[in-house]
Each structure stands twice: as C-alpha cells, then as structure tokens.
Write a protein that binds this ligand. Structure first.
Ligand code: NAP
Ligand code: ZN
Ligand code: ZN
Length: 350
C-alpha cells in the first residue's frame, strides 16, 4: 500500500516527507487509515538518536488513531469502518508467560515496537504513525468506543497508558497521595487519571506559569520544584510519585517527599540517574522503581476508563508540515499539553 508520511533521515536534520510501501495484509492483519497521531517526547528522542539505536529513515508516531480500511482473511475482532487505535507495540511472540498475561512489553523475545523495530516475519523496519496508513496484526489493535472524540484519543495510547499502568500496579485508590513530576504530555495525563481515581494529587513543576493549569487539570497542590522552601513543605507527604522528567536528574529532593513505604516510579528519563544516598530510602522504607508503557489489555482498559470518566488529553492540533516546529517547542517545554497531528494535512502533500 502506497503510504506517505514524515521521516527523520539522520539524527540532526529536520523531519521531511517520505513515501514508502506498507506490506500486503497477512491473514491476521488490519489496515488502518490514520486520522490522528499524537507527538510523544520519545519520538523526539528517537528522531535524534538519543537512545543510540535509531535506524533511518525513521517514521515516528505511536499514538495512532484511525479507521479500519481492510482486514485479513482470519480477522474476527474488527471490520471495515471500525474506529481503532495502535500504541507503542505492533507485535510480540504471543507464546511466553508475559505475552500470555498481556504484558507484551516484557515479551521474552522482545516486543516489536510500532517504529524503529524489526518486523518478526520479514525483518523490515517498522514505520510509525506520522503517516496516512498502517498495517498491524489484530492483537495489537485496540478498540475506540464510538462515543469518543477521535481527535483527542491519540495521547491516551502512550502518555495515558504509561502513567495509568503504574498507578494501577501500585494500587492507587481514593485518598492516596500521588505526586507527578513534570507537567507535560505524560504528566498532565497522570494528573487527570490519578485525580479520577480519587487520589490527592501534587504536581512538581519547574514552570511556575503552569500552576493554574495544574489545578485546572485536577491537581490539589502545586510545588515549584526549584523552590527549596516549597520542596521542604512537601516532605513525607506522598505515597506514590510518577516521575516524567525526560532527562537525567537528581532524585534526592523528590525521595524526601515520600512518606514511609512510598515509591517513586521513573517513567521519563531512560538514562543514568545521578547517585543518591541509600539513607534516603532506608529512612522511610522508600523505593525507587520504574515502569514502561503497558500491555494491550491495560491499554484497552485505560481507553475505556477515559471513555467512562470523560477524560481527554489536552490536545493542540497541528498539521504534519508543522512537526519540526512542534519538536522544537516540545524541546523547550512549550506544549499544552500534547501535540496531535491531523493526518488530513497529508492529503495536501499527496
Ligand atoms: N516509560 C515509558 O514507557 C515512556 C513512555 C512514553 C514516554 N516516555 C518518556 O517520558 C518522558 C516525558 O515524555 P513527555 O512526552 O511527557 O514529554 P514532555 O511533554 O516534553 O513533558 C516533559 C515535562 O518534564 C518537565 N521537564 C522537561 N525538561 C526538564 C528538565 N530538564 N528538568 C526538569 N523537568 C523537565 C517539563 O515539565 P515542567 O515544565 O512542569 O517542569 C516538561 O513539560 C520522555 O523522556 C519520554 O521519552 C517514557
Ligand atoms: Zn510515547
Ligand atoms: Zn512473548
């Protein structure tokens, strides 16, 4: 299938238009006309080869929303015209224990990422959602309830699941005290989701201009993390912290805001973290943990949770042609709170 999209061709240059072929449908495949795709900070990391594994041309995008245009001969779950989504993974072995538990992100053979990964069958490089079509095996296609506003669903597929998954795994419920570090794409979803779970939410931000937004999004308290006095006032006040900061940073000040048995969960920086004193942990039986995206079952669960609670990401719609400006703005922390590409704009490119 002839497909147009935008790709990074090396780690330094801007993304440019790129035409390529999507594979013919295998029997368990679904073809999707992509309508919208969210812009994740990981797309920027991957385009710039921050994680040292980028294969070019690289077509980013793993917050994909669209309409089924065709299905393979054995597909049962979906039919033409259905509204569907694809997140960060498009395949896994489907046989190992984590796959059986629908925790495909931990597949023992390694899951296949939506982009910058090798297809398990033909070894071609996967291309993501900054494009007008995608072909994905049935098991990795998620259902979007008909009542949802399609234009705003995309960011749930990565920013949503990445923050929902640890909130669920750490058993957050009504009355729990949840901290969120960094009010960006992931952070603002963490605030909305934790708040909908009935948690008392504290936002740590470097940007004092975001204080009002944080409260409007559902936070109960805002701490400007550069302000030592404010940090001190939050000491021992939290049960769970979701840390979405995209770069390596000192965890010490944040660990001190955990109460006894509290856990700080890293979801942002995939990097070497500066050392911190073990006394900070043992002085409160505290833990530092990490979490990565979430499996297909949890991802469907968070879409349905958002539908039920009328939760949507705050989306700034952009044209595909504006992606380089969006990357620049994201790098400068100037996003409120997720860019979403309207693929209609690619038609002008065709
Ligand atoms: N674990 C996973 O499975 C997973 C999944 C998706 C993304 N990620 C990673 O999560 C990170 C965040 O992604 P995102 O899309 O939410 O990014 P984003 O929209 O750019 O938000 C990141 C926020 O972190 C804060 N921040 C940025 N630079 C900072 C710095 N130097 N020091 C302190 N705070 C800083 C800013 O919030 P304030 O202005 O409020 O301080 C910013 O808005 C990225 O590294 C991404 O690759 C991980
Ligand atoms: Zn992402
Ligand atoms: Zn597996």
């Amino acid at each position: 299938m002839k497909t147009i999209g935008y790709a990074a061709f090396d780690s330094k240059s801007e993304l440019k238009p790129y035409s390529f072929e999507r594979r013919d449908l295998r029997e368990n495949d679904i073809a999707i006309d992509i309508k919208y795709c969210g812009v994740c900070h990981s797309d920027l990391h991957q385009a710039h080869n921050d994680w040292h594994g980028s294969m070019y041309p690289l077509v980013p995008g793993h917050e994909i929303v669209g309409i089924v245009s065709d299905v393979g001969s054995s597909v049962k779950k979906y039919k033409k015209g259905d509204t569907v989504a694809v997140g960060c993974m498009v395949d896994s072995c489907q046989e190992c224990a984590p796959c059986h538990d629908h925790e495909e992100q931990f597949c023992e053979q390694g899951s296949t990422q939506t982009y910058n990964s090798k297809d398990r069958i033909d070894e071609s490089i996967t291309y993501g959602g900054y494009s007008n079509h995608i072909v994905v095996r049935e098991e990795f296609v998620l259902d979007i309830p008909k009542t949802m506003d399609l234009a705003k669903v995309g960011p749930i597929l990565c920013a949503g699941i990445t923050t929902y998954s640890p909130l669920k795994e750490w058993g957050v419920e009504e009355g729990d005290r949840v901290g969120v570090i960094g009010l960006g794409g992931l952070g603002h979803m963490a605030v909305k989701l934790a708040s909908a779970m009935g948690a008392h939410v504290t936002v740590f931000t470097t940007s004092d201009k975001k204080s009002k937004d944080a409260i409007d999004l559902g936070a109960d308290k805002v701490v400007i993390s550069k302000d030592e006095e404010q940090m001190k006032s939050a000491a021992k006040s939290l049960d769970v912290i979701i840390d979405t900061v995209p770069v390596a940073h000192d965890l010490s000040p944040y660990i001190q805001t955990l109460d006894i048995d509290g856990t700080l969960i890293l979801v942002g920086a995939i990097d070497e973290i500066p050392p911190f004193h073990a006394g900070l942990l043992l002085g409160g039986r505290r833990r530092v943990a990490a979490s990565v995206i979430g499996g297909t079952e949890r991802t469907q669960e968070v879409i349905d949770f958002c539908a039920e609670h009328n939760i949507y990401p705050e989306c700034e719609m952009i044209d595909m042609q504006d992606i380089n400006t969006a990357f620049e703005r994201m790098k400068n922390g100037d996003v409120k709170y997720r860019f979403v590409i309207d693929m209609e704009s690619l038609k002008e490119q065709a």
